[in-house]
Design a protein around this ligand. Structure first.
Ligand SMILES: C[S@@+](CC[C@H](N)C(=O)[O-])C[C@H]1O[C@@H](n2cnc3c(N)ncnc32)[C@H](O)[C@@H]1O
Length: 240
């Protein structure tokens, strides 16, 4: 009597088979874990909270909107958490991150290095005074616009428009101003991070959409529901 060959598939893979359509989302969770492991303890704790707030659903929306290759600008990149995420999900992307916090820029460079992600660069500087070459296929601004003073926001969007290549996409992920409770919940947590002196300049998502449309971008916006009361919105504008 012959015995059946022993299966080499792990129990995990048998319970949760990796079908091609699942791959991105499955990889998303793995990409996040790798980034958290590449950071020192305090930043790793922050990254875990940040990835919990952002959730793979929201990141998948942005991942799908961003081109799978080409030059991409991450405006206000912080520690480079999301640059490291989008660089892992689509390795042909070349990401440039800008943030005025030099320590975060140094850390973003280190995270990319320790994950073996090459072809990306991080620049310390104010996003209102950008010194980067244009022709980006994608630009994303993840929870940064409301940290830019209100009077500078429209001018900054104009600069970003000029930095986009034809056919390129500008993605704003921000917090909209309704429902009121959601805004106050977010504002309180933002205040814990930045203190009570820094201005926080949120806008309703239709205002962002109108400003992008005024620049000539074709826009679409979606709310991304969350179990927490964050009123997340993603607004995308394509340059024709
Ligand atoms: C809430 S954090 C978001 C960081 C990152 N995008 C993320 O989602 O984890 C806002 C970031 O914007 C940066 N920032 C705010 N205003 C800026 C400015 N005018 N120029 C450059 N960076 C700025 C801060 O240093 C901070 O890292």
């Amino acid at each position: 009597m012959t015995t059946a060959p022993k299966s080499t598939t792990s129990l995990r893979d048998r319970l949760f088979p990796r079908r091609p359509l699942d791959a991105q989302e499955m990889f998303g969770a793995r990409a996040m874990r790798r980034i958290v492991r590449a950071l020192p303890p305090v930043e790793a704790a922050y990254a875990t909270i940040r990835f919990t707030i952002m959730r793979s659903k929201l990141l998948s929306v942005m991942d799908l909107l961003l081109p799978p290759d080409g030059r991409i600008l991450d405006l206000g990149c912080g520690f480079g958490l999301f640059a490291a995420y989008f660089a892992q999900t689509q390795p042909a992307r070349q990401i440039t991150g800008v943030d005025f916090n030099a320590k975060r820029i140094e850390m973003a460079t280190g995270v990319m290095q320790s994950l073996g992600l090459t072809g990306h660069d991080f620049i310390a500087g104010d996003v209102r005074d950008l010194h980067v070459d244009g022709g980006f296929q994608g630009i994303y601004v993840l929870d940064v616009m409301h940290h830019v003073p209100k009077e500078d926001q429209e001018k900054l969007l104009g600069t970003l428009y000029n930095l986009l290549a034809p056919g390129g996409v500008l993605i704003l992920k921000d917090i909209t101003t309704e429902p009121w409770f959601g805004l106050k919940f977010t504002e309180y947590l933002d205040r814990v991070m930045v203190g009570w002196d820094e201005p926080l300049a949120y806008r309703h998502h239709t205002e962002w959409g109108d400003m992008l449309a005024k620049l000539g971008l074709k826009t679409r916006a979606v709310r991304v529901p969350d179990v927490l009361p964050y009123p997340h919105v993603v607004i995308a504008g394509w340059k024709t």
